[in-house]
Design a protein around this ligand. Structure first.
Ligand SMILES: *Cc1c(COP(=O)(O)O)cnc(C)c1O
Length: 405
Protein backbone atom coordinates (compact mmCIF):
# COMPACT_ATOMS: atom_id res chain seq x y z
CA UNK A 1 0.00 0.00 0.00
CA UNK A 2 1.72 3.16 -1.16
CA UNK A 3 0.29 5.93 0.91
CA UNK A 4 3.52 7.85 1.45
CA UNK A 5 1.88 10.98 0.09
CA UNK A 6 -0.53 10.94 2.99
CA UNK A 7 2.10 10.22 5.58
CA UNK A 8 4.89 12.57 4.56
CA UNK A 9 4.21 16.07 3.41
CA UNK A 10 5.01 19.71 3.64
CA UNK A 11 5.59 19.58 7.40
CA UNK A 12 8.42 17.05 7.03
CA UNK A 13 9.74 19.01 4.02
CA UNK A 14 9.93 22.18 6.09
CA UNK A 15 11.47 20.35 9.06
CA UNK A 16 14.15 18.81 6.84
CA UNK A 17 14.87 22.24 5.36
CA UNK A 18 15.20 23.66 8.83
CA UNK A 19 17.79 21.00 9.72
CA UNK A 20 19.72 21.49 6.47
CA UNK A 21 19.86 25.24 7.01
CA UNK A 22 21.94 24.59 10.12
CA UNK A 23 24.73 23.19 7.92
CA UNK A 24 25.57 20.36 10.29
CA UNK A 25 23.46 17.24 10.49
CA UNK A 26 25.34 15.52 13.30
CA UNK A 27 23.47 15.09 16.54
CA UNK A 28 26.60 14.93 18.66
CA UNK A 29 28.13 18.36 18.26
CA UNK A 30 26.46 19.77 21.33
CA UNK A 31 24.55 22.12 19.06
CA UNK A 32 22.29 19.42 17.68
CA UNK A 33 18.74 19.97 18.82
CA UNK A 34 16.26 18.00 16.75
CA UNK A 35 17.07 14.46 17.93
CA UNK A 36 17.38 15.62 21.54
CA UNK A 37 14.06 17.43 21.36
CA UNK A 38 12.35 14.42 19.81
CA UNK A 39 13.73 12.12 22.51
CA UNK A 40 12.42 14.37 25.26
CA UNK A 41 9.00 14.65 23.66
CA UNK A 42 8.67 10.91 23.02
CA UNK A 43 9.74 10.16 26.60
CA UNK A 44 7.16 12.62 27.86
CA UNK A 45 4.40 11.16 25.73
CA UNK A 46 5.11 7.49 26.47
CA UNK A 47 6.30 7.80 30.06
CA UNK A 48 9.60 6.07 29.27
CA UNK A 49 12.41 7.41 31.42
CA UNK A 50 14.80 7.70 28.47
CA UNK A 51 14.56 7.56 24.68
CA UNK A 52 17.42 7.13 22.22
CA UNK A 53 16.86 7.73 18.50
CA UNK A 54 18.66 5.17 16.38
CA UNK A 55 18.92 4.20 12.72
CA UNK A 56 16.31 1.39 12.62
CA UNK A 57 13.93 -0.77 14.61
CA UNK A 58 16.26 -3.75 14.18
CA UNK A 59 19.07 -1.67 15.70
CA UNK A 60 16.74 -0.60 18.50
CA UNK A 61 16.06 -4.23 19.47
CA UNK A 62 19.73 -5.20 19.28
CA UNK A 63 20.79 -2.11 21.21
CA UNK A 64 18.18 -2.74 23.91
CA UNK A 65 19.41 -6.32 24.44
CA UNK A 66 23.04 -5.14 24.51
CA UNK A 67 22.11 -2.39 26.98
CA UNK A 68 20.61 -4.97 29.35
CA UNK A 69 23.65 -7.23 29.04
CA UNK A 70 21.95 -10.13 27.25
CA UNK A 71 24.61 -12.20 25.47
CA UNK A 72 26.16 -15.61 24.66
CA UNK A 73 24.59 -18.53 26.53
CA UNK A 74 21.32 -16.65 26.96
CA UNK A 75 17.97 -17.65 25.50
CA UNK A 76 15.43 -15.02 24.46
CA UNK A 77 11.75 -15.92 24.04
CA UNK A 78 10.37 -14.62 20.74
CA UNK A 79 6.95 -15.14 19.12
CA UNK A 80 6.67 -17.33 16.03
CA UNK A 81 4.63 -14.63 14.28
CA UNK A 82 6.61 -11.39 13.87
CA UNK A 83 9.11 -9.78 11.54
CA UNK A 84 12.42 -11.66 11.47
CA UNK A 85 14.25 -8.82 13.23
CA UNK A 86 12.70 -9.87 16.56
CA UNK A 87 14.41 -13.25 16.25
CA UNK A 88 17.62 -11.85 14.73
CA UNK A 89 18.27 -9.26 17.45
CA UNK A 90 19.16 -11.88 20.11
CA UNK A 91 21.60 -13.43 17.60
CA UNK A 92 23.24 -10.03 17.05
CA UNK A 93 24.24 -9.98 20.73
CA UNK A 94 25.29 -13.66 20.81
CA UNK A 95 22.09 -15.06 22.37
CA UNK A 96 19.62 -17.42 20.69
CA UNK A 97 15.90 -17.03 19.98
CA UNK A 98 13.50 -19.66 21.36
CA UNK A 99 10.11 -19.57 19.67
CA UNK A 100 6.83 -19.19 21.49
CA UNK A 101 3.37 -19.75 20.02
CA UNK A 102 0.85 -16.97 19.63
CA UNK A 103 -2.71 -17.25 20.92
CA UNK A 104 -5.96 -15.95 19.41
CA UNK A 105 -4.96 -12.36 20.26
CA UNK A 106 -2.25 -12.90 17.59
CA UNK A 107 0.42 -12.05 20.15
CA UNK A 108 2.65 -14.19 22.38
CA UNK A 109 0.76 -16.83 24.37
CA UNK A 110 1.67 -16.38 28.06
CA UNK A 111 0.97 -20.08 28.72
CA UNK A 112 3.52 -21.07 26.09
CA UNK A 113 6.02 -18.56 27.51
CA UNK A 114 5.86 -20.49 30.79
CA UNK A 115 6.41 -23.77 28.95
CA UNK A 116 9.45 -22.47 27.04
CA UNK A 117 11.34 -21.01 30.00
CA UNK A 118 14.58 -22.86 30.85
CA UNK A 119 17.34 -22.05 33.36
CA UNK A 120 19.08 -20.25 30.48
CA UNK A 121 16.22 -17.93 29.56
CA UNK A 122 17.24 -14.32 30.11
CA UNK A 123 14.59 -12.22 28.41
CA UNK A 124 11.10 -12.22 26.94
CA UNK A 125 10.65 -10.27 23.72
CA UNK A 126 6.90 -9.71 23.26
CA UNK A 127 5.89 -8.23 19.92
CA UNK A 128 2.87 -5.95 19.63
CA UNK A 129 2.04 -7.23 16.15
CA UNK A 130 -0.08 -5.24 13.71
CA UNK A 131 -0.91 -2.63 16.34
CA UNK A 132 -2.28 -5.23 18.76
CA UNK A 133 -0.85 -5.09 22.29
CA UNK A 134 0.41 -8.22 24.03
CA UNK A 135 -0.99 -9.39 27.37
CA UNK A 136 1.62 -7.30 29.19
CA UNK A 137 0.11 -7.78 32.65
CA UNK A 138 0.63 -11.52 32.50
CA UNK A 139 3.97 -11.26 30.69
CA UNK A 140 5.34 -8.85 33.31
CA UNK A 141 4.13 -11.19 36.07
CA UNK A 142 5.92 -14.16 34.50
CA UNK A 143 9.07 -12.09 33.97
CA UNK A 144 9.07 -10.95 37.59
CA UNK A 145 8.63 -14.47 38.91
CA UNK A 146 11.47 -15.84 36.78
CA UNK A 147 13.67 -12.71 36.99
CA UNK A 148 13.66 -12.13 33.23
CA UNK A 149 14.03 -8.92 31.26
CA UNK A 150 11.13 -7.78 29.10
CA UNK A 151 12.13 -6.11 25.83
CA UNK A 152 9.04 -5.01 23.94
CA UNK A 153 9.12 -4.99 20.17
CA UNK A 154 6.71 -2.11 19.59
CA UNK A 155 7.99 -1.48 16.07
CA UNK A 156 4.48 -2.02 14.69
CA UNK A 157 2.66 -0.32 17.55
CA UNK A 158 4.14 3.17 17.84
CA UNK A 159 1.63 5.34 19.70
CA UNK A 160 -0.64 2.42 20.64
CA UNK A 161 -1.80 2.20 24.22
CA UNK A 162 -2.24 -0.73 26.55
CA UNK A 163 -4.51 0.34 29.42
CA UNK A 164 -2.93 3.50 30.84
CA UNK A 165 0.50 2.87 29.32
CA UNK A 166 2.12 3.05 25.91
CA UNK A 167 3.38 -0.04 24.12
CA UNK A 168 7.17 0.03 24.26
CA UNK A 169 7.35 1.84 27.60
CA UNK A 170 6.02 -0.96 29.80
CA UNK A 171 8.91 -3.43 30.10
CA UNK A 172 12.61 -2.90 30.83
CA UNK A 173 13.16 -1.68 27.29
CA UNK A 174 11.20 -1.12 24.11
CA UNK A 175 11.91 -0.72 20.40
CA UNK A 176 10.17 1.51 17.85
CA UNK A 177 10.65 1.49 14.08
CA UNK A 178 10.08 4.47 11.82
CA UNK A 179 10.46 2.68 8.49
CA UNK A 180 8.10 3.41 5.63
CA UNK A 181 5.31 1.05 6.75
CA UNK A 182 5.11 2.02 10.39
CA UNK A 183 2.80 4.37 12.31
CA UNK A 184 5.46 7.07 12.19
CA UNK A 185 7.72 7.12 9.15
CA UNK A 186 10.85 8.86 7.99
CA UNK A 187 11.81 6.12 5.53
CA UNK A 188 14.16 4.36 7.96
CA UNK A 189 14.72 5.00 11.65
CA UNK A 190 14.02 3.79 15.15
CA UNK A 191 14.08 4.50 18.86
CA UNK A 192 15.03 2.63 22.02
CA UNK A 193 12.89 3.27 25.09
CA UNK A 194 14.54 2.57 28.43
CA UNK A 195 13.42 2.73 32.02
CA UNK A 196 16.83 2.74 33.66
CA UNK A 197 19.60 5.36 33.49
CA UNK A 198 22.42 2.84 33.47
CA UNK A 199 20.81 0.84 30.67
CA UNK A 200 20.42 4.11 28.76
CA UNK A 201 24.12 4.86 29.15
CA UNK A 202 24.99 1.39 27.89
CA UNK A 203 22.58 1.80 24.96
CA UNK A 204 24.17 5.13 24.11
CA UNK A 205 27.61 3.51 24.30
CA UNK A 206 26.57 0.58 22.09
CA UNK A 207 25.01 2.79 19.41
CA UNK A 208 27.93 5.26 19.20
CA UNK A 209 31.44 3.89 18.83
CA UNK A 210 32.83 7.37 19.38
CA UNK A 211 31.18 7.93 22.74
CA UNK A 212 34.48 8.22 24.64
CA UNK A 213 35.41 11.27 22.59
CA UNK A 214 32.18 13.18 23.09
CA UNK A 215 31.87 15.85 25.62
CA UNK A 216 28.92 14.36 27.44
CA UNK A 217 28.22 13.03 30.87
CA UNK A 218 26.70 9.59 31.02
CA UNK A 219 26.20 7.65 34.22
CA UNK A 220 29.06 5.27 35.00
CA UNK A 221 28.68 2.03 33.06
CA UNK A 222 31.85 0.40 34.31
CA UNK A 223 34.01 1.72 31.49
CA UNK A 224 33.25 2.37 27.86
CA UNK A 225 32.98 -0.81 25.75
CA UNK A 226 33.38 -1.24 22.00
CA UNK A 227 30.26 -0.04 20.27
CA UNK A 228 28.77 0.32 16.81
CA UNK A 229 27.65 3.23 14.74
CA UNK A 230 23.86 3.14 14.73
CA UNK A 231 23.50 6.87 15.19
CA UNK A 232 20.64 8.94 13.87
CA UNK A 233 21.13 12.40 12.43
CA UNK A 234 19.45 15.77 12.71
CA UNK A 235 17.61 15.39 9.42
CA UNK A 236 15.88 12.35 10.90
CA UNK A 237 15.36 14.12 14.22
CA UNK A 238 13.71 17.10 12.55
CA UNK A 239 11.37 14.92 10.51
CA UNK A 240 10.57 12.79 13.54
CA UNK A 241 9.35 15.86 15.41
CA UNK A 242 7.00 16.59 12.51
CA UNK A 243 5.82 12.97 12.47
CA UNK A 244 5.27 12.98 16.22
CA UNK A 245 2.91 15.92 15.79
CA UNK A 246 0.86 13.81 13.39
CA UNK A 247 0.84 10.66 15.53
CA UNK A 248 -2.08 11.34 17.91
CA UNK A 249 -4.33 12.28 14.99
CA UNK A 250 -3.31 9.18 13.10
CA UNK A 251 -4.05 6.91 16.06
CA UNK A 252 -7.40 8.64 16.60
CA UNK A 253 -8.28 8.03 12.94
CA UNK A 254 -7.54 4.34 13.43
CA UNK A 255 -9.59 4.24 16.62
CA UNK A 256 -12.64 5.81 14.93
CA UNK A 257 -12.49 3.46 11.96
CA UNK A 258 -11.93 0.53 14.34
CA UNK A 259 -15.37 1.23 15.83
CA UNK A 260 -17.03 1.49 12.42
CA UNK A 261 -15.53 -1.70 11.02
CA UNK A 262 -15.96 -3.64 14.27
CA UNK A 263 -19.63 -2.78 14.34
CA UNK A 264 -20.10 -3.99 10.77
CA UNK A 265 -18.24 -7.21 11.51
CA UNK A 266 -20.27 -7.81 14.64
CA UNK A 267 -23.53 -7.25 12.82
CA UNK A 268 -22.38 -9.69 10.17
CA UNK A 269 -21.73 -12.30 12.86
CA UNK A 270 -18.01 -12.56 12.21
CA UNK A 271 -15.74 -14.06 14.88
CA UNK A 272 -13.64 -11.08 15.94
CA UNK A 273 -10.27 -12.08 17.34
CA UNK A 274 -9.88 -11.28 21.06
CA UNK A 275 -7.84 -8.20 21.89
CA UNK A 276 -5.78 -7.62 25.04
CA UNK A 277 -7.22 -4.14 25.57
CA UNK A 278 -10.29 -3.47 23.39
CA UNK A 279 -10.80 -0.05 24.99
CA UNK A 280 -7.64 1.05 23.17
CA UNK A 281 -8.29 -1.04 20.06
CA UNK A 282 -6.89 0.30 16.81
CA UNK A 283 -6.45 -2.99 14.93
CA UNK A 284 -9.01 -5.62 13.96
CA UNK A 285 -8.71 -9.26 13.06
CA UNK A 286 -11.11 -12.14 12.64
CA UNK A 287 -10.35 -15.76 13.45
CA UNK A 288 -12.61 -18.37 11.87
CA UNK A 289 -13.10 -21.96 12.93
CA UNK A 290 -11.95 -23.23 9.56
CA UNK A 291 -9.29 -22.30 7.06
CA UNK A 292 -11.66 -22.21 4.09
CA UNK A 293 -13.67 -19.43 5.66
CA UNK A 294 -10.53 -17.35 6.14
CA UNK A 295 -9.46 -17.91 2.54
CA UNK A 296 -12.88 -16.84 1.33
CA UNK A 297 -12.97 -13.81 3.63
CA UNK A 298 -9.53 -12.71 2.46
CA UNK A 299 -11.03 -11.93 -0.96
CA UNK A 300 -12.59 -8.87 0.61
CA UNK A 301 -10.86 -5.60 -0.25
CA UNK A 302 -10.00 -4.81 3.36
CA UNK A 303 -8.90 -8.30 4.41
CA UNK A 304 -5.55 -10.10 4.40
CA UNK A 305 -5.17 -13.68 5.61
CA UNK A 306 -2.23 -13.65 8.01
CA UNK A 307 -0.81 -16.94 6.78
CA UNK A 308 -0.47 -15.40 3.31
CA UNK A 309 1.62 -12.58 4.73
CA UNK A 310 4.37 -15.16 4.75
CA UNK A 311 7.41 -13.05 5.60
CA UNK A 312 5.99 -12.69 9.11
CA UNK A 313 5.65 -16.46 9.61
CA UNK A 314 8.60 -18.30 11.19
CA UNK A 315 8.53 -21.18 8.71
CA UNK A 316 9.89 -18.83 6.06
CA UNK A 317 12.94 -17.59 7.99
CA UNK A 318 15.39 -20.03 6.43
CA UNK A 319 18.57 -18.34 7.72
CA UNK A 320 17.35 -18.76 11.29
CA UNK A 321 15.83 -22.24 10.95
CA UNK A 322 19.07 -23.40 9.31
CA UNK A 323 21.21 -21.46 11.82
CA UNK A 324 23.26 -19.59 9.24
CA UNK A 325 25.36 -16.61 10.33
CA UNK A 326 27.85 -14.57 8.30
CA UNK A 327 30.77 -16.61 9.68
CA UNK A 328 30.63 -20.20 10.95
CA UNK A 329 32.57 -19.34 14.11
CA UNK A 330 30.42 -16.35 14.96
CA UNK A 331 27.52 -18.64 15.68
CA UNK A 332 25.49 -18.05 18.85
CA UNK A 333 23.88 -21.51 18.61
CA UNK A 334 27.34 -22.99 19.28
CA UNK A 335 27.54 -20.92 22.47
CA UNK A 336 24.09 -21.86 23.77
CA UNK A 337 24.03 -23.95 26.96
CA UNK A 338 21.93 -26.64 25.30
CA UNK A 339 21.07 -27.89 21.84
CA UNK A 340 18.50 -25.53 20.32
CA UNK A 341 16.33 -27.29 17.77
CA UNK A 342 14.12 -25.68 15.18
CA UNK A 343 11.68 -27.27 12.78
CA UNK A 344 8.86 -26.15 10.52
CA UNK A 345 6.27 -27.71 12.85
CA UNK A 346 7.64 -26.43 16.19
CA UNK A 347 4.85 -23.85 16.50
CA UNK A 348 1.89 -25.59 14.91
CA UNK A 349 -0.63 -23.72 16.99
CA UNK A 350 0.66 -20.45 15.51
CA UNK A 351 0.34 -21.79 11.96
CA UNK A 352 -3.16 -23.03 12.67
CA UNK A 353 -4.27 -19.64 14.02
CA UNK A 354 -2.65 -17.71 11.16
CA UNK A 355 -4.32 -19.97 8.60
CA UNK A 356 -7.73 -19.21 10.11
CA UNK A 357 -7.17 -15.49 10.73
CA UNK A 358 -7.41 -12.34 8.65
CA UNK A 359 -6.45 -8.84 9.57
CA UNK A 360 -8.94 -6.23 8.53
CA UNK A 361 -7.51 -2.95 7.27
CA UNK A 362 -9.20 0.12 8.67
CA UNK A 363 -8.66 2.30 5.62
CA UNK A 364 -7.17 5.28 7.49
CA UNK A 365 -6.58 6.98 4.15
CA UNK A 366 -10.28 7.14 3.41
CA UNK A 367 -12.99 9.28 4.97
CA UNK A 368 -15.18 7.48 7.51
CA UNK A 369 -18.22 7.24 5.14
CA UNK A 370 -16.08 5.43 2.55
CA UNK A 371 -14.81 3.02 5.19
CA UNK A 372 -18.41 2.50 6.27
CA UNK A 373 -19.38 1.72 2.70
CA UNK A 374 -16.70 -0.96 2.36
CA UNK A 375 -17.44 -2.32 5.82
CA UNK A 376 -21.14 -2.80 4.88
CA UNK A 377 -20.03 -5.66 2.68
CA UNK A 378 -19.13 -7.64 5.79
CA UNK A 379 -22.83 -7.83 6.61
CA UNK A 380 -23.40 -11.05 4.73
CA UNK A 381 -21.50 -13.90 6.26
CA UNK A 382 -22.05 -17.14 4.44
CA UNK A 383 -23.18 -20.10 6.56
CA UNK A 384 -20.29 -22.49 7.10
CA UNK A 385 -21.99 -25.32 5.21
CA UNK A 386 -21.56 -23.32 2.00
CA UNK A 387 -17.80 -23.50 2.11
CA UNK A 388 -16.46 -26.41 0.15
CA UNK A 389 -13.02 -27.98 -0.06
CA UNK A 390 -12.09 -26.79 -3.59
CA UNK A 391 -11.46 -23.33 -2.17
CA UNK A 392 -8.45 -24.81 -0.42
CA UNK A 393 -7.23 -26.60 -3.52
CA UNK A 394 -6.20 -23.27 -4.99
CA UNK A 395 -4.68 -21.32 -2.14
CA UNK A 396 -3.54 -17.79 -2.71
CA UNK A 397 0.10 -17.64 -3.74
CA UNK A 398 2.38 -16.60 -0.91
CA UNK A 399 5.03 -13.93 -1.29
CA UNK A 400 7.80 -16.34 -0.45
CA UNK A 401 10.45 -16.27 -3.16
CA UNK A 402 11.00 -19.54 -4.97
CA UNK A 403 13.97 -21.40 -3.56
CA UNK A 404 16.79 -22.69 -5.72
CA UNK A 405 16.70 -26.47 -5.92
C1 LIG B 1 9.51 -3.25 11.26
C2 LIG B 1 9.75 -4.20 12.34
C3 LIG B 1 11.00 -4.35 12.95
C4 LIG B 1 12.25 -3.72 12.44
O1 LIG B 1 12.22 -2.42 12.11
P1 LIG B 1 13.20 -1.83 10.98
O2 LIG B 1 13.14 -0.37 11.25
O3 LIG B 1 12.63 -2.20 9.66
O4 LIG B 1 14.55 -2.38 11.22
C5 LIG B 1 11.10 -5.19 14.03
N1 LIG B 1 10.05 -5.88 14.49
C6 LIG B 1 8.84 -5.78 13.93
C7 LIG B 1 7.70 -6.56 14.51
C8 LIG B 1 8.66 -4.96 12.82
O5 LIG B 1 7.47 -4.91 12.24
Amino acid sequence: MDDAMQRLGVREWLAAGHAIARHDLRRNTGRGQFCARFEKRLAQMTGARRVLTINSGTSALTCALAALGVGPGDEVLVPAYTWMSSAAAPLHVGAVPVFVDIDETLTMDPNDIERKITPHTRAILPVHMINRPCDMDRILGIARRHKLFVVEDACQAVGVRYHDKYCGAIGDAGAFSFNQQKNMTIGEGGAVLLNDEKAYARAYNYHDIGVAFRNMSLPDTGGVFVGMNLRSNELQGAMLNAQLNRLPGRIEKMRRRYEVVREALEKGGYPIAPHNDPSNGVALAVTFETEVEAVEFSKHKLALRLYDDSKHVYTNWDAILEKRTFHPKMNPWAWAKREIEYSADMCEKTLDILKRSCRVALGERYPVPVVKYFAQKFRTRKPREEYVEPVLASPRPTNKPARAA
